[in-house]
Write a protein that binds this ligand. Structure first.
Ligand code: GN1
Ligand code: MG
Length: 368
């Protein structure tokens, strides 16, 4: 089946005009569908869920349906008291009332409403943008904070459990392919050494969870800057998208991910590593935005681990990209050879910069 014929399987009025490939995201395939009736036009997002990443796309969809229905209820309740119009994508059902469509090859497809007149960016644009990234994440976490986590499935076992990624890395490194890649590139060997030097730091959040200093809560899982929609009219954040990874986790995974993404002026795909560092003005703005929304539900212990979460989640993504490079690019989609090596280098450079600025970052966290 073509994306055009799949688009027609969802409950949206009109005829399919076109289906445009959106070249974004490292995991799923994403399209923008335009449908027209005799009087209007509707656009929506169509996605093929990666089976290589999500073993149970049906559970991804049941989480997404539950959390978006819940989120919409909360947003509706607060519509008059809110200082802006918040939005959240809605799951569009198929003609026969399901939350996903399975094609003849067994691929899972879903349709989501589009957050219109809003733009997402690959890189942080300025300090205000970083503030919005924190504010939107904090708002989302607050909106879903009371959703019972026992009603959320674990759609991606091991997601953001850094010790698990290290264990996987150790196995991959032993393979012939990885050994070939390591012997061919001194840059790869440098990253490998960088990883080995930080082994002891890896379980920091999971150990805190085991000691009950931290608790599991519903989290977004992937709040990178690309997933923050900025309203074209007001310039303010209006929604967080990409709800694949909403599941029980530590709010620290989200906070760390938001900072590593929104406070790096070079972005994830930078080739020029001089552009890759943690920008302290953006960091302060992000923290201010985040705490405005999330400050009330964070405990003293939560706050103690915020700095470490930034360092860890940055390191973790570097480790994930690099392991995938060594494994032959089986997880993250690539457009050129050694892209996952380059992505790994970027995150490790960022991690180094976060380590260098530790005392300043901790001071910001204490003073905001
Ligand atoms: C992946 O596909 P995308 O871009 O939404 C990944 C995230 C990474 C991100 C880095 C399910 O997200 O964990 O932080 O790439 N998602 C999954 O760009 O692994
Ligand atoms: Mg995602």
């Amino acid at each position: 089946m073509t994306p055009e014929s799949i688009a027609a399987e969802f409950k949206v009025p009109g005829q399919v005009v076109t289906v445009l490939n959106i070249e974004t995201g490292n995991v799923n395939d994403t399209y923008r569908v335009i449908k027209r009736t005799t009087y209007s036009e509707v656009q929506f997002v169509l996605q093929r869920i990666s089976k290589a990443v999500f073993p149970r796309p049906d559970l991804v969809m049941s989480n997404m349906k539950a959390i978006t229905d819940y989120g919409h209820q909360r947003l509706e309740e607060q519509v008059t008291s809110a200082n802006r119009i918040w939005q959240l994508p809605k799951v569009i059902s198929t003609l026969d009332g399901k939350d996903y469509f399975i094609d003849e090859k067994g691929n899972y497809w879903r349709a989501l409403s589009m957050i219109a007149s809003a733009t997402s960016h690959e890189k942080v644009m300025n300090v205000e943008h970083a503030f919005e990234a924190g504010y939107v994440l904090g708002h989302f976490q607050r909106i879903i904070a009371d959703f019972p986590i026992d009603q959320l499935e674990d759609t991606l076992p091991g997601f953001h459990i850094t010790p698990g990624y290290l264990e996987y890395h150790d196995k991959v490194v032993e393979t012939d392919l990885a050994q070939q890649k390591l012997s061919a590139s001194s840059e790869a060997r440098r990253i490998e050494a960088f990883i080995q030097e930080r082994r002891e730091f890896v379980p920091i959040l999971e150990d805190a969870l085991a000691r009950n200093e931290l608790t599991l809560r519903p989290i977004h899982g992937d709040p990178k800057i690309t997933n923050i929609m900025i309203d074209d009219i007001t310039g303010k954040g209006t929604a967080i998208i990409d709800l694949d990874t909403v599941k029980p986790g530590l709010i620290h995974y989200d906070f760390g991910d938001s900072v590593r993404s929104a406070c790096n002026p070079g972005g994830e795909e930078a080739k020029d590593l001089t552009q890759v560092f943690v920008d302290l003005d953006s960091f302060e703005a992000l923290v201010r935005g985040y705490l405005k929304q999330a400050g009330n539900f964070l405990t003293g212990w939560d706050r103690k681990y915020l700095y470490d979460s930034v360092r860890l989640i940055t390191f973790e993504l570097g480790l994930r990209f690099f392991s995938d490079y060594l494994a032959g690019d089986v997880y993250f989609k690539t457009k050129y050879q050694s892209q996952n090596l380059n992505r790994g280098r970027v995150q490790m450079k960022l991690c180094e910069s976060i380590e260098t600025r530790e005392s300043m970052m901790r001071r910001v966290l204490e003073s905001v």
